[in-house]
Design a protein around this ligand. Structure first.
Ligand SMILES: C[S@@+](CC[C@H](N)C(=O)[O-])C[C@H]1O[C@@H](n2cnc3c(N)ncnc32)[C@H](O)[C@@H]1O
Length: 366
């Protein structure tokens, strides 16, 4: 058997096993064997919390995401959710993009797509839309165009705890790059490991299904992103995950390997900066963000305060759907030019013990 055939067989085996896990083994979030595919309640703008509350109970009960994948500036956006499952994030986004926006979910598991499709009309009615703005497609993340997804078509691609499940991550990121418009953003949540995981973890079907075995070594994300043409990954948040399971066998297998759950944004931008720094000023007009726009762990724009950024970063912002949220002024000389740089998500991970909403957490959660 050629190495290509072997790879294809291995990919088919993983797809079949993951479909079985999400289509047959798991019926609801509580059936998960570990704590990985869960999202702690966290600081969220009120409008996002309200959109999430409107999602149908059956959809919400089958949520297996590990983070929040709802960036700002959504009105009228065309969004694609890869590995959309029962559709929780799609429906919250359906509300937030408004009637002129469009949200498509893609998933390879028929049972998941069926649940998501069942509630299309319900959500359109709840949101007061004349026509639904959501649809769900059966297909593979590695081959979205085969499933009818258009190239250069999306302002935003999201994915919640799915890239780890895909055997060929380079193919997945390459296809995501293709389907995004120029200036489009890939905003996603996933698991990362502190090293390359050994084969006894990699090949374990339950640990793979639970989003552990396929976790990328965090440094590999930057390498793959660069290879397929994306900007340097911008780390938005990161949280320690110590794997909890009722099964002592699973806990033993995972041993001392360390994991974080992290949200990143990557931009597709074909224009290059001219190398000259630019003063960028956030206007403070985005819903829920009147004082500050946090781009990533290194770069945050305070309302009306110029921030001197590299020419490349200014070009990315101007290319993106955030372009009109900023003013751009030449910066003839600036001492410290902010630019995107790789950040180790393990260095900045919030501890699992950090207070979260409903447990004495930040007052904005109230
Ligand atoms: C951990 S669940 C997350 C589901 C959803 N994002 C959520 O937050 O509830 C992973 C989902 O990704 C889908 N999936 C995994 N690998 C896939 C692939 N290669 N192509 C398409 N869907 C995939 C599974 O069928 C499953 O529904």
């Amino acid at each position: 058997m050629s190495s290509c055939d072997k790879r294809a067989n291995e990919e088919d085996r993983v797809h079949a096993s993951v479909k079985d896990y999400y289509g047959k083994t798991l019926k609801k979030s509580d059936d998960l064997a570990t704590n990985v595919c869960t999202t702690p309640t966290t600081r969220l703008p009120k409008y996002v919390r309200e959109a999430l509350k409107l999602v149908h109970d059956e959809v919400a009960s089958k949520y297996y995401g590990c983070g929040i994948v709802i960036p700002p500036c959504l009105h009228g956006a065309h969004v694609l959710d890869l590995g959309s499952g029962s559709g929780r994030d799609c429906y919250a986004l359906s509300k937030l993009v408004g009637e002129t926006g469009q949200v498509t979910g893609l998933d390879m598991t028929e049972e998941q797509v069926a649940v998501a499709r069942k509630h299309i009309d319900y959500h359109a009615k709840v949101f007061g839309y004349a026509e639904p703005n959501t649809d769900f497609v059966l297909g593979y993340i590695e081959r979205p165009i085969e499933a009818g997804i258009k190239e250069n078509n999306y302002d935003l691609v999201i994915s919640n705890c799915v890239v780890n499940l895909v055997p060929d991550k380079r193919a997945a990121l390459g296809e995501i790059y293709k389907v995004l418009k120029d200036g489009g953003e890939f905003y996603f949540s996933d698991l990362y490991a502190n090293c390359d995981l050994p084969d006894n973890i990699r090949k374990h079907e339950v640990l793979w299904g639970e989003c552990i075995s396929g976790a990328l070594y965090w440094k590999d994300l930057g390498k793959i992103a660069e290879e397929v043409g994306f900007s340097t990954p911008m780390l938005i948040s990161s949280r320690e995950i110590s794997i909890n399971s009722k099964s002592s066998k699973l806990r033993e297998l995972v041993g001392d390997y360390k994991f974080v759950s992290a949200e990143y944004r990557l931009f597709k931008c074909s224009t290059q900066g001219d190398g000259k720094p630019v003063n960028v000023v956030y206007k403070g007009e985005l819903e829920g963000l009147p004082d500050e726009f946090i781009l990533d762990k290194n770069i945050s724009f305070k309302k009306d305060e110029p921030l001197c950024v590299s020419g490349n970063l200014a070009v990315i912002l101007k290319c993106s759907r955030y372009r009109d949220e900023f003013k751009y002024e030449p910066a003839p000389c600036c001492a410290t030019e902010s630019q995107v740089a790789a950040v180790n998500p393990f260095d900045v991970a919030v501890s699992e013990d950090a207070k979260v909403c409903g447990e004495g957490g930040p007052s904005c959660c109230a």
